[in-house]
Write a new protein. Structure first.
Length: 255
């Protein structure tokens, strides 16, 4: 196996890694090559110049681990690139949308948020150096391969990174479970322009130093008896509402 390689497995993560082409692919190992989805992966690998090898269940288990549900697909790859926060600035133009996470450590939550962010058209995801998971195969699986497409930056100091991005004409929105403006009632003036949505760990929320950089605290009004949403669910509501507002024509006289 090539040095500094990682193992991706499962149809979705492998397919998105081959489609995105953001990391080097060394070799694709396949079992049950007659299945349509496996044939699709083999064709994509060969088109990208990636060697393809036949494998049995035992061979895939040696690569991915005995407990891995490989779906008959294993891809040896290099690491995903990590950027600096300012590398993300302006990638989506004047109405760019970024997502930043403050202390969200669970790979399942981070993966789900990455999937939501990519689907909502976000230009990138900012993670902290500490108290955030690595860009591992587990995170790729949790994101259903979305992390292969979504640029990810690491911030050693998130408040300083937000401050620097504000100098690039970004407004910072801090998600809060209770306080702040109703995300569905934000004015046209507020939702226009470049935005960063910052989400904190469940229970802890955003740190005081991060809150100091927030321009608008937003919350999602709840109609039931449960007091809060899972952070990934909250991300989905907030990001798709902002996406809807970006796509909708301005309302006359609404400011």
């Amino acid at each position: 196996m090539p040095g500094a390689s990682e193992i991706l497995y499962g149809v979705h993560p492998v397919r998105e890694a081959l489609r995105a082409g953001r990391r080097r692919a060394f070799r694709l190992h396949l079992r049950a090559r007659g299945r349509p989805e496996v044939r699709e992966l083999e064709a994509a690998a060969r088109a990208a110049g990636v060697p393809v090898a036949a494998a049995d269940g035992e061979g895939l288990a040696r690569l991915a681990g005995a407990e891995a549900r490989t779906q008959g697909v294993v891809l040896e790859v290099g690491p995903l690139p990590e950027l600096g926060p300012l590398d993300l600035a302006g990638a989506g133009g004047a109405d760019d949308l970024l997502v930043a996470l403050d202390g969200v450590e669970d790979p399942q939550n981070v993966g789900a948020i990455a999937r939501v962010a990519e689907a909502a058209g976000a230009g990138g995801l900012i993670l902290t150096r500490r108290r955030a998971p690595p860009l591992s195969p587990a995170l790729a699986r949790a994101s259903a391969g979305a992390i292969e497409h979504l640029p990810v930056a690491r911030a050693s100091n998130l408040p300083q990174a937000l401050k620097a991005l504000k100098q690039k004409d970004y407004w910072v929105f801090g998600a809060d479970s209770i306080e702040g403006e109703d995300v569905f009632g934000l004015s046209e003036r507020v939702v226009t322009g470049r935005k960063i949505v910052v989400l904190g760990a469940e229970g802890r929320g955003l740190r005081p130093a991060v809150l100091e950089q927030v321009d608008h605290r937003i919350h999602i009004p709840l109609g039931g008896r449960v007091g809060s949403l899972n952070v990934a669910a909250a991300a989905a509501v907030a990001l798709f509402e902002l996406r809807r507002r970006r796509a909708a024509p301005p309302e006359g006289g609404f400011a």
